[in-house]
Design a protein around this ligand. Structure first.
Ligand code: 6AU
Length: 456
């Protein structure tokens, strides 16, 4: 049996996966094209695929069914490989004879493994599921060869089905890149494409607007309240390097933001008196303070970084950003920390930069651990979907630019709200580099208020 990396490399050789410039059905340009139908002409590849399925199939399965037509040959080889009997769901009902929709032998209540080649929105799987269920069959498990990461898997999981995929596009290109089958340019182009398009066609239900969101954490509640009162979900990322410039800017735009985000360690003339000034303006204009420190260490070090040193961050920051690379123990250490003042945590689970390593698996792992902690109020991310109540903070928002020359990628405020369902937009250079930041932030406010986020 070949391993998964060899299998994926073969998919490129037999042109089931192609890289280039393709126009999709939707009219969008894509750097990757996937069509697994060609696999039928390569019996050895089909056999390899059946091995990959074998380990994943749950013991309770009684029947195997492929979504017509592309998954039929796959279901067939899996059936032969496992000895589990197959049934076929017809695409069209026969107009004569038995008029059956499902061919083969089965009993009401049989537990079925449903197989699909590629999942996008999950629409064709849902069609097939409906018909099998109307025959009294139980969809016990769904296994997909390739997840296009456009919301289909999540949609089915939300409906209560057990779904897994052998590969995602991200894992596919990651392997191909590691195996030197594709170069860095193709790799980053595809990752960027997924990041930018992953939910465009997704028929997911929009999460509740944040006005209706509730979170038991007091800082989250306060942030929502300020955003509501000011009719602004804008967070200014004030990445300026002198205290004078920072305070001057905040005096101009303080009324228009619900929070400021700082990188305290880039300030060249920092003294503790700056914190007093900062807290005074924050109080004057009523906004919260996020220190974008992106902690990423073991628990003990993080507690020292949070509370000690010349910045003594925990004494003034309402919220801090944190990477979850060290795992759950780092969150637990902060939760268990016996301190009067503990900033709320915003994990960075998906980054806006080209080639970011925060792939689907990483995001899912982060989500799994962060939901257990009440001091985690949401996450910094782009396309990732968060559980109800968790706040989505999205950087990489700019009205005038699409990217910078250092890997940053931008979306418009409209895109961030309408397509990414962001609750809070983090804007840096779009505001502070403008000739007239007060006038510029007005444009962002106008854009977000168009969505009637804030009620009348
Ligand atoms: O609008 P910009 O590009 O001038 O600034 C964006 C700000 C910067 C980044 O450090 C930060 O947002 N950021 C983050 C955060 C907030 O964690 C994550 C990310 O993926 N991308 C990003 O730009 O201060």
């Amino acid at each position: 049996m070949k391993n998964s990396a060899n299998f994926l490399k073969t998919l490129v050789d037999i042109e089931c996966v192609k890289f280039g410039d393709f126009t999709l059905k939707s009219g969008r340009q894509s750097p990757i094209y996937i069509d697994l139908r060609n696999i039928v002409s390569h019996p050895a590849v089909l056999t390899d695929l059946s091995y990959l399925f074998k380990d994943k199939i749950s013991n309770s399965i009684q029947r195997i069914c492929g979504v017509p037509y592309a998954a039929l040959p796959i279901a067939t080889v899996v059936s032969i490989q496992t000895g589990l009997p197959m049934i076929i769901k017809r695409k069209e009902v026969k107009k004569y004879g038995t008029k059956k929709i499902v061919e083969g032998e089965y009993n009401v209540g049989d537990k079925v493994l449903l197989i699909e080649d590629v999942i996008t929105s999950g629409e064709s799987l849902i069609e097939t599921i409906k018909e099998l269920e109307s025959e009294g069959l139980l969809i016990e498990q769904i296994i997909v060869v390739l997840d296009r990461e456009q919301g289909g898997v999540k949609r089915l999981i939300d409906k209560g089905y057990q779904v897994e995929s052998l590969f995602s596009i991200s894992s596919l290109v990651e392997v191909l890149f590691k195996e030197r089958k594709i170069d860095n340019v193709i790799y980053t182009n595809v990752l960027h494409f997924i990041q930018q398009n992953s939910i465009i066609d997704s028929p997911l239900i929009k999460p509740k607007k944040y006005l209706q969101k509730t979170h038991s954490n007091k800082t989250a509640q306060r942030l929502l309240e300020i955003a509501h009162n000011k009719k602004s979900n804008l967070i200014a990322s004030v990445d300026l390097i002198t205290t004078k410039d920072i305070i001057e800017l905040l005096n101009k735009i303080g009324n228009d933001i619900c929070a400021v985000k700082l990188h305290i360690d880039i300030i060249i003339d920092f003294t503790p008196s700056f914190i007093e000034e900062l807290l005074t303006v924050a109080n004057r204009y009523d906004f919260l303070i996020i220190e974008d420190r992106k902690f990423a260490d073991i628990g003990n070090t993080q507690l020292l970084q949070l509370s000690k040193g010349m910045y003594a961050i925990s004494s003034w920051a309402d919220m801090v950003t944190i990477h979850l690379i060290a795992g759950e123990s780092a969150l637990k250490a902060i939760q268990d920390w016996d301190s009067e003042k503990k900033p709320a945590l915003i994990p960075v689970i998906e980054m806006s930069s080209t080639g970011a390593l925060t792939d689907h698996d990483y995001i899912e792992k982060c989500k799994k651990i962060m939901y257990n902690y009440n001091n985690v109020i949401g996450a910094v991310c782009q396309t990732a979907e968060l559980n109800e109540g968790f706040l989505k903070f999205t950087p990489g928002v700019n009205l005038a630019s699409k990217n910078d020359d250092k890997g940053q990628n931008y979306n418009s405020p409209e895109y961030a709200i309408e397509q990414l369902y962001s609750d809070f937009l983090i804007i840096g250079r779009g505001i502070y580099s403008a000739n007239d930041p007060k006038n510029e932030i007005g444009k962002y406010l106008f854009a977000v208020r168009e969505f009637n986020f804030f009620g009348s």
